[in-house]
Design a protein around this ligand. Structure first.
Ligand code: NAD
Length: 484
């Protein structure tokens, strides 16, 4: 049995307790994970603090950047190990992780190394009444020890999305991966040692949220800033923890993202994009679409085509190249998603396809499988149209005018992303400007240059990360004015 340990001060260390990591495919135990208690978290934070003032803090930017390029290259060199580990923890199709999770895990180190290398400086010459003048400039220093709390849906990708910029800016970090996905964060510890990242710069503490590593890390006063991705409710709890010590937070949280499909869209592209946004990663993507609004003239045709697409998706295991959709992350999450499948029926939905559990043979019958599901016929105030489900499902509803669909798309407490499908680009721009979300796609989905800002509006997030925007969170700006 595999044992996953905490990674602290450059070494793998046990914890106070163990917990089991189960496979989403069949619920079998695949690893024993060492849970970090208060002592291990404290050890990790102190190691991070020491490294901040040690060799890491003394590196010039060019050398730090070289080391981070080394991390990216080493992830690529050990690509298959990362791929195996990520798919074992999540059950996601290897085809998906091969093209998205692992390459992005490596790219996140390179992109932020480049950003830091090229960051502009602010420098002004001031005139003063005595004629001698002054030089006024700004410097950026690391914010300190950063606590990073991560979800399970895109484990390596989302963790490195924060670890990359935090390290590039010269900080040291303590990562708390999701209890569901401990493996790739641990593997990254081996990578850090292999490329010569000084000990204590990258630390990993495993465990749960409340009364476990998550709470111990976010309440630890040795942590200078906390960056989090996960559910809105958890983000709010972390914000409260960060208030003690007035520490900054960056929160990337839940969504209930709309897709708006106009009758003049490129129909095939709209179907392909909505298929991906509703069902990729078994619907467990924060940017995914759970509300689809389709202009009435093409409503029936759209519903029929999406139904066909969903029914063509092969539910299967990660290594099968034909697999289009894997299991959910856990039996607990399966129970949550199925409770929404039941609720939709109780609220009077028409189940266009799915709505239950697929027939899986052998021990797979014990796994976290659910059918890709499409509903129609509900009003906008139904629970499945308002609450984030985080499963492979969406509700499709007709609309008659641009104003109507903008109002309905915005009628949510969330504001992470939206997708608009139209060949009328004037309309695309117009609607995009009125959508209350951090990220709006027109005729695409999940397409983004990593230098652009990423984050949610309303209850989907606080702050923006990506490119130079990450520097705003991971550095402390200082204004220095020198009278000459
Ligand atoms: P979650 O909030 O349950 O857990 C996220 C992390 O927080 C885990 O590591 C967990 O152990 C930890 N945690 C839980 N309670 C805590 C507490 N009180 N204190 C400290 N840490 C605590 O989220 P999840 O179920 O892992 O992920 C799914 C959610 O993440 C969805 O809501 C999804 O929309 C969201 N998400 C958002 C983005 C984004 O970029 N906005 C990206 C991916 C996922």
């Amino acid at each position: 049995m595999k044992q996953i340990r905490n990674f602290i001060n450059g070494e793998f260390v046990s914890g106070s307790k163990m917990f089991e990591k189960r496979s989403p495919l069949n619920n079998a135990v695949i690893a024993q994970v060492c849970e970090a208690g208060k002592d291990e978290v404290d050890f990790a934070v102190r190691a991070a603090r020491a490294a901040l003032h040690g060799p890491w803090g003394k590196l010039v930017v060019a050398d730090r950047v070289d080391l981070l390029y080394g991390v990216a290259n080493e992830i690529v060199r050990r690509f298959d190990e990362f791929l195996e580990a990520e798919c074992a923890d999540t059950g996601k199709p290897m085809s998906l992780a091969r093209h998205i999770d692992i390459p992005r895990g490596a790219a996140n180190f390179k992109i932020f190394a480049d950003v830091v290398k090229n960051v502009p400086t602010e420098f002004f010459e001031l005139a003063t009444p005595d004629g001698r003048g002054a030089l006024n400039y700004a410097t950026r220093s690391p914010i300190g020890v950063v606590g990073i709390v991560c979800p399970w849906n895109l484990p390596l990708l989302l963790m490195t999305w924060k670890a990359g910029p935090a390290l590039a800016c010269g900080n040291t970090i303590v990562v708390k991966p999701s209890e569901e996905t401990p493996q790739t964060a641990a593997l990254l510890g081996e990578v850090m040692n292999a490329v010569g990242i000084p000990k204590g710069v990258y630390n990993v503490v495993h465990g749960f949220g409340p009364a476990s590593a998550g709470e111990f890390l976010t309440t630890h006063q040795g942590v200078n800033a906390i960056t989090f991705t996960g559910e809105t409710r958890t983000g709010a709890a972390i914000m409260k923890a960060a208030a003690d010590g007035a520490r900054p937070v960056s929160l990337e949280m839940g969504g209930k993202n709309p897709a708006i499909v106009f009758a003049d869209c490129d129909f095939e592209a709209a179907i392909e994009g909505t298929m991906r946004s509703a069902f990729s990663n078994c619907g467990q993507v924060c940017l995914g679409t759970e509300r689809v609004y389709v202009e009435r003239p093409i409503f029936d045709k759209f519903v029929a085509a999406l139904k066909q697409g969903a029914e063509n998706l092969k539910v299967g295991v990660p290594g099968d190249p034909a697999t289009g959709i894997g299991p959910l992350i856990s039996l607990e999450h399966k129970a949550k998603v199925l409770s929404y499948y039941r609720k939709a029926k109780e609220e009077g939905a028409t189940v266009v396809t799915g709505g239950g559990v697929p027939n899986m043979s052998g021990d797979l019958a014990d796994g976290a499988w659910v059918q890709p599901t499409i509903w129609t016929g509900l009003s906008d105030d139904a629970a499945v149209c308002r609450e984030e489900i985080f499963g492979p499902c969406c509700h499709i509803s007709p609309f008659d005018s641009e104003d109507e669909v903008i109002r309905r798309a915005n009628d949510t407490t969330y504001g992470l992303s939206a997708a608009i499908w139209t060949t009328n680009l004037q309309r695309g721009h117009r609607v995009a400007a009125k959508i209350e979300a951090g990220l709006v796609w027109v005729n695409s989905w999940f397409l983004r240059d990593l230098r652009t800002p990423f984050g949610g509006a309303k209850q989907s997030g606080i702050g923006r990360e990506g490119g130079v925007h990450s520097l705003e969170f991971y550095t402390e700006l200082k204004n220095i004015c020198v009278k000459l």
